[in-house]
Design a protein around this ligand. Structure first.
Ligand code: BG6
Length: 505
Protein backbone atom coordinates (compact mmCIF):
# COMPACT_ATOMS: atom_id res chain seq x y z
CA UNK A 1 0.00 0.00 0.00
CA UNK A 2 2.89 2.33 0.75
CA UNK A 3 3.71 3.06 -2.90
CA UNK A 4 0.60 5.23 -3.23
CA UNK A 5 2.25 8.06 -1.34
CA UNK A 6 4.45 9.16 -4.23
CA UNK A 7 1.62 11.08 -5.84
CA UNK A 8 0.18 12.48 -2.63
CA UNK A 9 1.42 15.99 -1.83
CA UNK A 10 1.64 16.36 1.93
CA UNK A 11 1.69 19.16 4.47
CA UNK A 12 3.17 17.84 7.73
CA UNK A 13 2.58 20.15 10.68
CA UNK A 14 4.54 19.50 13.87
CA UNK A 15 3.25 21.14 17.05
CA UNK A 16 6.30 21.11 19.30
CA UNK A 17 8.50 21.81 16.28
CA UNK A 18 11.41 22.95 18.44
CA UNK A 19 10.98 20.15 20.96
CA UNK A 20 13.11 17.14 21.68
CA UNK A 21 10.96 14.65 19.80
CA UNK A 22 11.02 16.67 16.56
CA UNK A 23 14.76 17.19 16.91
CA UNK A 24 15.81 13.65 17.76
CA UNK A 25 13.21 11.52 16.05
CA UNK A 26 10.69 13.14 13.72
CA UNK A 27 12.89 15.24 11.46
CA UNK A 28 15.71 12.65 11.25
CA UNK A 29 12.99 10.13 10.27
CA UNK A 30 11.57 12.45 7.57
CA UNK A 31 15.09 13.10 6.29
CA UNK A 32 15.78 9.37 5.96
CA UNK A 33 12.43 8.82 4.25
CA UNK A 34 13.45 11.56 1.84
CA UNK A 35 16.80 9.86 1.12
CA UNK A 36 15.07 6.54 0.60
CA UNK A 37 12.67 8.22 -1.82
CA UNK A 38 9.54 7.58 0.23
CA UNK A 39 8.59 11.24 0.50
CA UNK A 40 6.18 12.61 -2.08
CA UNK A 41 7.53 15.01 -4.69
CA UNK A 42 5.60 17.86 -3.15
CA UNK A 43 5.72 18.19 0.61
CA UNK A 44 6.14 20.80 3.31
CA UNK A 45 7.00 20.36 6.98
CA UNK A 46 5.84 23.21 9.17
CA UNK A 47 7.22 23.28 12.69
CA UNK A 48 5.23 25.28 15.19
CA UNK A 49 6.85 26.76 18.28
CA UNK A 50 6.94 29.92 20.34
CA UNK A 51 10.61 30.75 19.67
CA UNK A 52 11.34 33.59 17.31
CA UNK A 53 13.06 31.66 14.56
CA UNK A 54 13.29 32.29 10.84
CA UNK A 55 12.87 29.36 8.47
CA UNK A 56 16.65 29.33 8.04
CA UNK A 57 17.31 29.30 11.81
CA UNK A 58 14.87 26.44 12.14
CA UNK A 59 16.57 24.49 9.36
CA UNK A 60 19.97 25.05 10.95
CA UNK A 61 18.79 23.76 14.34
CA UNK A 62 17.18 20.72 12.80
CA UNK A 63 20.33 19.95 10.86
CA UNK A 64 22.23 19.56 14.14
CA UNK A 65 19.59 17.10 15.32
CA UNK A 66 19.82 15.09 12.13
CA UNK A 67 23.64 15.13 12.34
CA UNK A 68 23.43 13.63 15.80
CA UNK A 69 20.49 11.29 15.54
CA UNK A 70 20.07 10.12 11.97
CA UNK A 71 20.89 6.44 11.60
CA UNK A 72 23.00 7.50 8.63
CA UNK A 73 25.18 9.82 10.71
CA UNK A 74 26.02 13.35 9.57
CA UNK A 75 23.97 14.81 6.76
CA UNK A 76 25.10 14.94 3.19
CA UNK A 77 25.09 18.71 2.59
CA UNK A 78 23.66 18.60 -0.90
CA UNK A 79 20.87 16.24 0.09
CA UNK A 80 20.18 18.27 3.20
CA UNK A 81 19.93 21.50 1.22
CA UNK A 82 17.36 19.97 -1.09
CA UNK A 83 15.42 18.43 1.78
CA UNK A 84 15.51 21.48 4.03
CA UNK A 85 13.88 23.70 1.40
CA UNK A 86 10.70 21.88 2.41
CA UNK A 87 11.00 22.92 6.08
CA UNK A 88 9.23 26.01 7.44
CA UNK A 89 8.79 27.53 10.86
CA UNK A 90 5.66 29.06 12.30
CA UNK A 91 6.47 31.16 15.32
CA UNK A 92 3.12 31.23 17.10
CA UNK A 93 1.39 30.31 20.33
CA UNK A 94 -0.74 27.16 20.19
CA UNK A 95 -3.30 28.86 22.41
CA UNK A 96 -4.04 31.62 19.88
CA UNK A 97 -6.77 31.25 17.29
CA UNK A 98 -4.62 33.28 14.86
CA UNK A 99 -2.08 30.40 14.82
CA UNK A 100 -4.65 28.10 13.26
CA UNK A 101 -5.99 30.76 10.89
CA UNK A 102 -2.42 31.22 9.68
CA UNK A 103 -1.99 27.46 9.27
CA UNK A 104 -5.23 27.38 7.29
CA UNK A 105 -3.84 30.04 4.96
CA UNK A 106 -0.60 28.17 4.49
CA UNK A 107 -2.40 24.89 3.79
CA UNK A 108 -4.66 26.60 1.23
CA UNK A 109 -1.64 28.16 -0.49
CA UNK A 110 0.06 24.76 -0.81
CA UNK A 111 -3.15 23.21 -2.07
CA UNK A 112 -3.43 25.89 -4.73
CA UNK A 113 0.17 25.39 -5.78
CA UNK A 114 0.07 21.60 -5.87
CA UNK A 115 -3.48 21.04 -7.11
CA UNK A 116 -5.38 17.79 -6.49
CA UNK A 117 -5.73 16.11 -3.10
CA UNK A 118 -3.28 17.14 -0.42
CA UNK A 119 -2.64 15.16 2.77
CA UNK A 120 -2.52 17.28 5.88
CA UNK A 121 -0.97 15.71 8.98
CA UNK A 122 -1.17 17.39 12.37
CA UNK A 123 1.46 15.89 14.64
CA UNK A 124 1.02 16.72 18.33
CA UNK A 125 4.57 16.36 19.65
CA UNK A 126 3.68 18.32 22.77
CA UNK A 127 2.91 17.62 26.43
CA UNK A 128 -0.52 15.95 26.86
CA UNK A 129 -1.98 19.02 28.59
CA UNK A 130 -1.95 20.77 25.18
CA UNK A 131 -3.71 18.01 23.23
CA UNK A 132 -7.18 19.38 23.85
CA UNK A 133 -6.39 23.00 22.96
CA UNK A 134 -4.71 22.04 19.71
CA UNK A 135 -7.37 19.53 18.67
CA UNK A 136 -10.21 21.96 19.45
CA UNK A 137 -8.60 24.74 17.44
CA UNK A 138 -7.93 22.48 14.46
CA UNK A 139 -11.57 21.46 14.51
CA UNK A 140 -12.88 25.00 15.07
CA UNK A 141 -10.94 26.31 12.07
CA UNK A 142 -12.18 23.34 10.01
CA UNK A 143 -8.65 22.32 9.12
CA UNK A 144 -9.40 18.60 9.20
CA UNK A 145 -12.84 18.34 7.63
CA UNK A 146 -11.50 16.36 4.68
CA UNK A 147 -11.67 13.01 6.48
CA UNK A 148 -9.83 11.07 3.80
CA UNK A 149 -6.83 13.41 3.69
CA UNK A 150 -6.35 14.96 7.10
CA UNK A 151 -4.96 13.12 10.11
CA UNK A 152 -4.07 13.91 13.68
CA UNK A 153 -1.20 12.11 15.37
CA UNK A 154 -1.16 11.86 19.17
CA UNK A 155 1.97 10.94 21.07
CA UNK A 156 1.82 8.90 24.23
CA UNK A 157 0.90 9.06 27.05
CA UNK A 158 -2.71 8.75 25.90
CA UNK A 159 -4.43 9.59 29.16
CA UNK A 160 -3.21 9.23 32.71
CA UNK A 161 -5.74 6.57 33.66
CA UNK A 162 -8.89 4.97 32.28
CA UNK A 163 -11.06 7.97 32.97
CA UNK A 164 -8.79 10.54 31.33
CA UNK A 165 -8.18 8.24 28.34
CA UNK A 166 -11.94 7.89 27.90
CA UNK A 167 -12.36 11.65 28.08
CA UNK A 168 -9.64 12.25 25.52
CA UNK A 169 -11.10 9.62 23.20
CA UNK A 170 -14.54 11.17 23.57
CA UNK A 171 -13.22 14.61 22.81
CA UNK A 172 -11.20 13.53 19.78
CA UNK A 173 -13.92 11.28 18.41
CA UNK A 174 -16.39 14.14 18.74
CA UNK A 175 -14.29 16.22 16.36
CA UNK A 176 -12.54 13.70 14.10
CA UNK A 177 -13.32 10.33 12.63
CA UNK A 178 -11.47 7.37 14.24
CA UNK A 179 -9.82 6.81 10.85
CA UNK A 180 -8.13 10.20 11.23
CA UNK A 181 -6.68 9.56 14.70
CA UNK A 182 -3.21 8.01 14.89
CA UNK A 183 -2.24 7.12 18.47
CA UNK A 184 1.47 6.42 18.51
CA UNK A 185 3.14 3.55 20.29
CA UNK A 186 6.63 3.67 18.84
CA UNK A 187 7.33 0.04 19.78
CA UNK A 188 4.92 -1.03 17.04
CA UNK A 189 7.14 0.64 14.45
CA UNK A 190 10.24 -1.33 15.43
CA UNK A 191 11.27 -3.84 12.77
CA UNK A 192 11.66 -6.67 15.27
CA UNK A 193 8.21 -5.98 16.71
CA UNK A 194 6.59 -5.93 13.28
CA UNK A 195 8.34 -9.22 12.62
CA UNK A 196 6.52 -10.99 15.46
CA UNK A 197 3.38 -11.23 13.33
CA UNK A 198 5.38 -12.26 10.27
CA UNK A 199 7.20 -14.93 12.21
CA UNK A 200 3.99 -16.33 13.62
CA UNK A 201 1.73 -16.09 10.60
CA UNK A 202 4.07 -16.58 7.65
CA UNK A 203 5.47 -19.88 8.98
CA UNK A 204 3.20 -22.88 9.03
CA UNK A 205 5.31 -24.71 11.62
CA UNK A 206 4.60 -22.14 14.34
CA UNK A 207 0.86 -22.35 14.69
CA UNK A 208 0.60 -26.00 15.83
CA UNK A 209 2.90 -25.36 18.81
CA UNK A 210 1.79 -21.82 19.63
CA UNK A 211 -0.62 -22.68 22.41
CA UNK A 212 -1.10 -24.10 25.91
CA UNK A 213 -0.34 -27.63 24.74
CA UNK A 214 3.28 -26.83 23.97
CA UNK A 215 4.06 -23.55 25.70
CA UNK A 216 4.96 -23.55 29.36
CA UNK A 217 5.07 -19.83 29.89
CA UNK A 218 5.94 -16.55 28.17
CA UNK A 219 8.23 -13.79 29.38
CA UNK A 220 8.32 -10.23 28.10
CA UNK A 221 11.14 -8.21 29.55
CA UNK A 222 12.17 -4.67 28.66
CA UNK A 223 15.07 -3.53 30.80
CA UNK A 224 16.88 -0.23 30.43
CA UNK A 225 20.20 0.89 31.85
CA UNK A 226 19.12 4.50 31.55
CA UNK A 227 17.56 6.28 34.49
CA UNK A 228 14.92 8.97 34.08
CA UNK A 229 17.50 11.54 32.97
CA UNK A 230 15.99 14.97 32.34
CA UNK A 231 12.43 13.62 32.39
CA UNK A 232 12.06 13.39 36.16
CA UNK A 233 9.10 15.77 36.24
CA UNK A 234 7.07 13.76 33.75
CA UNK A 235 8.18 10.37 35.04
CA UNK A 236 7.36 11.06 38.66
CA UNK A 237 3.72 11.53 37.65
CA UNK A 238 3.78 8.42 35.49
CA UNK A 239 5.90 5.50 36.73
CA UNK A 240 6.82 2.27 34.95
CA UNK A 241 3.28 0.92 34.72
CA UNK A 242 1.97 3.94 32.82
CA UNK A 243 5.16 4.71 30.94
CA UNK A 244 5.92 1.22 29.61
CA UNK A 245 3.45 -1.52 30.59
CA UNK A 246 0.16 0.12 29.61
CA UNK A 247 1.42 0.63 26.08
CA UNK A 248 4.65 -0.98 24.85
CA UNK A 249 4.61 -4.19 26.90
CA UNK A 250 0.93 -4.91 26.50
CA UNK A 251 1.25 -4.33 22.77
CA UNK A 252 4.07 -6.88 22.64
CA UNK A 253 1.94 -9.29 24.62
CA UNK A 254 -0.96 -8.83 22.21
CA UNK A 255 1.26 -9.61 19.23
CA UNK A 256 2.47 -12.82 20.88
CA UNK A 257 -0.99 -13.92 22.00
CA UNK A 258 -3.38 -12.75 19.25
CA UNK A 259 -5.31 -15.10 16.99
CA UNK A 260 -4.35 -15.09 13.32
CA UNK A 261 -6.10 -12.21 11.57
CA UNK A 262 -7.98 -12.99 8.38
CA UNK A 263 -6.24 -10.18 6.50
CA UNK A 264 -3.56 -7.61 7.22
CA UNK A 265 -6.19 -4.93 7.25
CA UNK A 266 -5.72 -2.37 10.04
CA UNK A 267 -9.01 -3.03 11.79
CA UNK A 268 -8.81 -6.78 11.41
CA UNK A 269 -5.37 -6.80 13.07
CA UNK A 270 -6.47 -4.41 15.79
CA UNK A 271 -9.61 -6.42 16.47
CA UNK A 272 -7.53 -9.52 17.12
CA UNK A 273 -5.26 -7.57 19.46
CA UNK A 274 -8.11 -6.07 21.40
CA UNK A 275 -9.58 -9.57 21.80
CA UNK A 276 -6.47 -10.47 23.80
CA UNK A 277 -6.88 -7.51 26.13
CA UNK A 278 -10.52 -8.42 26.68
CA UNK A 279 -9.60 -12.01 27.53
CA UNK A 280 -6.96 -11.06 30.07
CA UNK A 281 -7.80 -12.05 33.60
CA UNK A 282 -8.72 -9.08 35.78
CA UNK A 283 -6.75 -8.40 38.94
CA UNK A 284 -8.62 -8.59 42.22
CA UNK A 285 -7.35 -7.02 45.41
CA UNK A 286 -6.47 -10.40 46.90
CA UNK A 287 -4.31 -11.33 43.84
CA UNK A 288 -2.06 -8.34 43.94
CA UNK A 289 0.41 -9.60 46.54
CA UNK A 290 1.44 -12.55 44.38
CA UNK A 291 0.76 -11.21 40.87
CA UNK A 292 2.47 -7.80 40.81
CA UNK A 293 5.70 -6.30 42.09
CA UNK A 294 6.91 -2.73 42.11
CA UNK A 295 10.38 -1.35 42.58
CA UNK A 296 12.32 1.87 42.69
CA UNK A 297 16.04 2.23 42.07
CA UNK A 298 18.51 3.50 44.58
CA UNK A 299 21.97 4.86 43.80
CA UNK A 300 24.71 2.69 42.36
CA UNK A 301 27.29 2.32 39.65
CA UNK A 302 26.63 1.64 35.99
CA UNK A 303 29.59 0.72 33.80
CA UNK A 304 32.04 2.55 36.05
CA UNK A 305 29.91 5.68 36.53
CA UNK A 306 28.27 6.55 39.80
CA UNK A 307 24.57 7.24 39.27
CA UNK A 308 22.03 8.82 41.62
CA UNK A 309 19.05 7.02 43.06
CA UNK A 310 15.62 7.82 41.63
CA UNK A 311 14.68 10.07 44.53
CA UNK A 312 17.81 12.14 43.92
CA UNK A 313 17.06 12.72 40.21
CA UNK A 314 16.13 16.24 39.01
CA UNK A 315 12.42 16.92 39.10
CA UNK A 316 11.65 13.94 41.36
CA UNK A 317 10.04 14.25 44.76
CA UNK A 318 12.69 13.16 47.35
CA UNK A 319 10.02 10.99 48.99
CA UNK A 320 8.54 9.73 45.76
CA UNK A 321 6.36 6.63 45.78
CA UNK A 322 6.65 6.25 42.00
CA UNK A 323 7.76 2.86 40.69
CA UNK A 324 10.67 2.65 38.23
CA UNK A 325 10.27 -1.12 37.97
CA UNK A 326 7.20 -3.26 37.53
CA UNK A 327 6.73 -7.00 37.13
CA UNK A 328 3.35 -8.64 36.60
CA UNK A 329 1.96 -12.06 36.02
CA UNK A 330 -0.94 -12.20 33.58
CA UNK A 331 -3.28 -14.92 32.40
CA UNK A 332 -5.32 -14.92 29.23
CA UNK A 333 -8.59 -16.71 29.74
CA UNK A 334 -9.24 -18.13 26.31
CA UNK A 335 -9.01 -21.43 24.48
CA UNK A 336 -5.40 -20.97 23.31
CA UNK A 337 -3.79 -19.68 26.51
CA UNK A 338 -5.74 -21.01 29.47
CA UNK A 339 -3.31 -21.65 32.34
CA UNK A 340 -0.19 -20.28 30.60
CA UNK A 341 1.40 -17.51 32.66
CA UNK A 342 2.67 -14.40 30.87
CA UNK A 343 5.35 -12.72 32.98
CA UNK A 344 6.06 -9.13 32.10
CA UNK A 345 8.73 -6.89 33.60
CA UNK A 346 10.31 -3.55 32.88
CA UNK A 347 12.62 -1.27 34.77
CA UNK A 348 15.05 1.59 34.61
CA UNK A 349 18.68 1.52 35.74
CA UNK A 350 18.83 -2.21 35.30
CA UNK A 351 21.91 -4.28 34.68
CA UNK A 352 21.40 -4.52 30.95
CA UNK A 353 19.44 -2.75 28.23
CA UNK A 354 17.61 -5.51 26.47
CA UNK A 355 14.08 -6.16 25.23
CA UNK A 356 13.28 -9.84 24.96
CA UNK A 357 10.22 -11.93 24.29
CA UNK A 358 10.85 -15.48 25.44
CA UNK A 359 8.60 -18.42 24.73
CA UNK A 360 9.45 -21.31 27.01
CA UNK A 361 8.21 -24.61 25.61
CA UNK A 362 7.22 -27.60 27.70
CA UNK A 363 9.69 -30.36 28.42
CA UNK A 364 9.96 -33.64 26.54
CA UNK A 365 7.46 -36.18 27.87
CA UNK A 366 10.09 -38.81 28.55
CA UNK A 367 13.85 -38.65 28.96
CA UNK A 368 15.57 -41.41 26.96
CA UNK A 369 19.26 -40.58 27.43
CA UNK A 370 21.62 -41.70 30.19
CA UNK A 371 21.35 -39.51 33.28
CA UNK A 372 24.95 -38.33 33.06
CA UNK A 373 24.29 -36.80 29.63
CA UNK A 374 21.93 -34.09 30.74
CA UNK A 375 24.03 -31.79 32.86
CA UNK A 376 22.99 -28.75 30.82
CA UNK A 377 19.46 -29.82 30.09
CA UNK A 378 17.18 -27.04 29.00
CA UNK A 379 13.66 -27.06 27.63
CA UNK A 380 13.25 -25.59 24.14
CA UNK A 381 13.07 -21.87 24.18
CA UNK A 382 12.37 -19.30 21.51
CA UNK A 383 13.88 -15.91 22.20
CA UNK A 384 12.83 -12.95 20.12
CA UNK A 385 15.32 -10.22 20.82
CA UNK A 386 13.78 -6.87 20.03
CA UNK A 387 16.81 -4.73 20.88
CA UNK A 388 19.69 -3.97 21.02
CA UNK A 389 20.41 -7.32 19.42
CA UNK A 390 17.86 -7.94 16.71
CA UNK A 391 17.46 -11.67 16.41
CA UNK A 392 15.36 -14.76 16.91
CA UNK A 393 16.99 -17.69 18.63
CA UNK A 394 15.52 -21.14 18.87
CA UNK A 395 17.31 -22.98 21.62
CA UNK A 396 17.36 -26.71 21.05
CA UNK A 397 19.25 -29.64 22.55
CA UNK A 398 22.09 -31.20 20.58
CA UNK A 399 24.68 -33.87 21.10
CA UNK A 400 28.04 -32.38 21.86
CA UNK A 401 30.64 -33.90 19.49
CA UNK A 402 32.64 -36.58 21.31
CA UNK A 403 32.68 -40.22 22.16
CA UNK A 404 30.46 -39.93 25.20
CA UNK A 405 26.82 -38.88 25.14
CA UNK A 406 26.59 -35.31 26.33
CA UNK A 407 23.63 -33.17 25.49
CA UNK A 408 23.77 -29.42 25.59
CA UNK A 409 21.60 -26.55 24.40
CA UNK A 410 22.57 -24.76 21.19
CA UNK A 411 21.02 -21.82 19.38
CA UNK A 412 19.59 -21.74 15.89
CA UNK A 413 19.92 -18.05 15.17
CA UNK A 414 18.38 -15.62 12.74
CA UNK A 415 20.10 -12.33 13.29
CA UNK A 416 19.39 -9.24 11.25
CA UNK A 417 23.00 -8.07 11.03
CA UNK A 418 24.23 -11.34 9.64
CA UNK A 419 21.28 -11.80 7.29
CA UNK A 420 20.65 -8.40 5.73
CA UNK A 421 23.06 -5.78 4.39
CA UNK A 422 20.50 -3.04 4.49
CA UNK A 423 20.25 -0.67 7.39
CA UNK A 424 17.11 -1.09 9.47
CA UNK A 425 14.74 1.89 9.42
CA UNK A 426 13.98 3.57 12.72
CA UNK A 427 10.52 2.98 14.21
CA UNK A 428 9.54 6.59 13.50
CA UNK A 429 10.33 6.24 9.80
CA UNK A 430 7.81 3.43 9.53
CA UNK A 431 5.22 5.24 11.61
CA UNK A 432 5.53 8.60 9.87
CA UNK A 433 5.30 6.95 6.49
CA UNK A 434 2.20 5.09 7.64
CA UNK A 435 0.53 8.32 8.77
CA UNK A 436 1.21 9.84 5.38
CA UNK A 437 -0.04 6.78 3.53
CA UNK A 438 -3.05 6.43 5.82
CA UNK A 439 -2.33 2.96 7.22
CA UNK A 440 -3.44 2.57 10.85
CA UNK A 441 -2.30 -1.03 11.40
CA UNK A 442 0.59 -0.02 13.67
CA UNK A 443 -1.38 2.54 15.65
CA UNK A 444 -3.53 2.05 18.70
CA UNK A 445 -7.27 2.30 18.33
CA UNK A 446 -9.29 4.09 20.99
CA UNK A 447 -10.88 0.93 22.39
CA UNK A 448 -7.47 -0.77 22.61
CA UNK A 449 -6.03 2.04 24.72
CA UNK A 450 -9.02 1.96 27.02
CA UNK A 451 -8.89 -1.84 27.38
CA UNK A 452 -5.24 -1.62 28.42
CA UNK A 453 -5.98 1.06 31.00
CA UNK A 454 -8.94 -0.89 32.32
CA UNK A 455 -6.79 -3.95 32.89
CA UNK A 456 -4.19 -2.04 34.89
CA UNK A 457 -6.43 0.24 36.93
CA UNK A 458 -6.68 -2.08 39.98
CA UNK A 459 -2.87 -2.17 40.18
CA UNK A 460 -2.47 1.57 39.64
CA UNK A 461 -5.08 2.30 42.30
CA UNK A 462 -3.55 -0.09 44.80
CA UNK A 463 -0.04 1.29 44.30
CA UNK A 464 -1.18 4.87 44.52
CA UNK A 465 -3.20 4.37 47.64
CA UNK A 466 -0.46 2.60 49.54
CA UNK A 467 3.00 4.07 50.01
CA UNK A 468 5.72 1.49 49.50
CA UNK A 469 7.61 1.07 52.74
CA UNK A 470 10.79 -0.31 51.24
CA UNK A 471 11.55 2.05 48.34
CA UNK A 472 14.25 2.21 47.06
CA UNK A 473 14.34 -1.57 46.85
CA UNK A 474 16.87 -2.24 44.10
CA UNK A 475 20.21 -0.71 43.34
CA UNK A 476 21.25 0.62 39.97
CA UNK A 477 22.89 -2.07 37.83
CA UNK A 478 20.80 -4.89 39.31
CA UNK A 479 17.95 -6.91 37.84
CA UNK A 480 15.34 -5.20 39.98
CA UNK A 481 14.01 -6.03 43.44
CA UNK A 482 14.40 -9.48 44.90
CA UNK A 483 10.66 -9.92 45.18
CA UNK A 484 10.50 -9.84 41.37
CA UNK A 485 12.59 -13.01 41.37
CA UNK A 486 10.17 -14.52 43.86
CA UNK A 487 7.18 -13.65 41.63
CA UNK A 488 8.42 -16.04 38.98
CA UNK A 489 10.43 -18.45 41.17
CA UNK A 490 7.24 -19.41 43.02
CA UNK A 491 6.09 -21.05 39.79
CA UNK A 492 9.44 -22.80 39.31
CA UNK A 493 10.86 -20.43 36.67
CA UNK A 494 13.48 -17.69 36.52
CA UNK A 495 13.78 -14.52 34.48
CA UNK A 496 15.61 -15.19 31.30
CA UNK A 497 18.42 -12.90 30.09
CA UNK A 498 20.70 -13.10 27.09
CA UNK A 499 24.29 -13.74 28.13
CA UNK A 500 26.33 -10.60 27.44
CA UNK A 501 28.61 -12.40 24.99
CA UNK A 502 25.59 -13.18 22.84
CA UNK A 503 24.43 -9.62 22.50
CA UNK A 504 25.36 -8.11 19.15
CA UNK A 505 24.36 -4.45 19.05
C1 BG6 B 1 9.23 5.66 25.99
C2 BG6 B 1 9.26 5.85 27.48
O1 BG6 B 1 7.93 5.50 25.54
O2 BG6 B 1 9.99 4.50 25.66
C3 BG6 B 1 10.69 5.95 27.99
O3 BG6 B 1 8.56 7.03 27.81
C4 BG6 B 1 11.49 4.75 27.54
O4 BG6 B 1 10.73 6.05 29.40
C5 BG6 B 1 11.35 4.57 26.04
O5 BG6 B 1 12.85 4.97 27.88
C6 BG6 B 1 12.01 3.29 25.58
O6 BG6 B 1 12.02 3.27 24.20
P1 BG6 B 1 13.16 2.50 23.42
O7 BG6 B 1 12.76 2.62 22.00
O8 BG6 B 1 14.45 3.17 23.74
O9 BG6 B 1 13.13 1.09 23.94
Amino acid sequence: MKFTLKDKPTVFIIFGGTGDLAWRKLVPALYNLYIDKWMPKEFAVIGNGRSKLSDDDFRETLKEGVDQFSRRGKVDNEVWNNFSKHLYFQSADIKNVSTYKDLGKRIRAFKKEWKGDVNVIFYLAVAPRFFTTIAENIAAQKLATDVAHSRIVIEKPFGHDLESARELNKLLCGMFDESQIYRIDHYLGKETVQNIMTFRFANAIMEPVWNRNYIDHVQISVSEQLGVGGRGGYYDEAGALRDMVQNHLLQLLCLVAMEPPVTFDADEVRNRKVDVLHAMRRFHAEDLSHMVVRGQYGPGWIEGDEVPGYRQEDGVNPESNTETFAALKFFIDNWRWQGVPFYVRTGKRMHQSASLVTIQFKDVPHYVFPNASNENWQQNRLVMSIQPEMSIRLQVQAKRPGLDMTINPVDMVFDYKGTYDTDTPEAYETLLLDTMVGDQTLFMRGDQVEAAWELLMPVLNAWESKQSLNFPNYSADSWGPEIAEALIARDGFHWFTLPVDKIKK
